[in-house]
Design a protein around this ligand. Structure first.
Ligand SMILES: [Zn+2]
Length: 193
């Protein structure tokens, strides 16, 4: 069972309806659909959002082709300086940023009492989870589920050995998890040269 759809739309982020340009393909898209890139001490940093980082930044789709074109051309053009980064390195940093974001979102949800074993909310499901309960199957069918790593990977984010799924009832953390899952789904297992 692998919920493929990763519902990332501008509407998922109530705080921001802004649009950004991808330095890979050059197309404009809703800001939450793009990764943020910026320079820190001469190194390209990749994040799901910039937070408080200052200075010149850029945006890129979490797609192998866009990361490749960004590393080869688009990033240097946008930053107006020489940027040395391999596409594979950008991909690795994007996956790391997604994992950090997912771990933080789950920790905040847990801290705020917004993590349940069942109920209504976003179902975060492991890619190798066992047969889904009727509730989980309904959530997947309704697009209220995202896939985030294996049982062990999801478990490690939750501080347990392994987990099949968990329900996040905080809208804000669900939005962040949707973004993290979209990046992971788009880039995990993909080859960037
Ligand atoms: Zn793009």
């Amino acid at each position: 069972m692998t919920p493929r759809q990763a519902p990332v739309r501008a509407a998922d982020d109530p705080s921001d309806g802004s649009v950004r340009t991808c330095v890979g393909c050059g197309r404009r898209d809703a800001a939450p659909a793009l990764l943020s890139l910026w320079m820190s001490a001469g190194v390209v940093v990749c994040g799901l959002s910039r937070g408080r980082a200052t200075g010149r930044g850029a945006h890129v789709h979490p797609r192998p082709r866009c990361l490749e074109d960004a590393a080869r051309r688009g990033l240097a053009r946008s930053m107006r300086r020489e940027v040395r980064v391999r596409p594979e390195e950008l991909r690795r940093r994007a996956l790391e940023a997604a994992r950090t974001c997912a771990a933080d979102a789950l920790a905040r949800a847990a801290g705020g009492g917004a993590l349940e074993k069942s109920g209504s909310g976003l179902h975060v499901v492991a890619s190798d989870a066992g047969p889904p309960s009727p509730e989980v199957a309904r959530a997947i069918g309704a697009g209220r589920a995202v896939c985030l790593g294996t049982r062990e990977e999801l478990g490690s984010l939750l501080g347990v050995d392994a987990a099949d799924w968990v329900v996040v009832t905080s809208g804000a953390q669900a939005t962040r998890l949707c973004r993290a899952a979209a990046v992971t789904t788009a880039l995990a297992g993909s080859e960037v040269t």
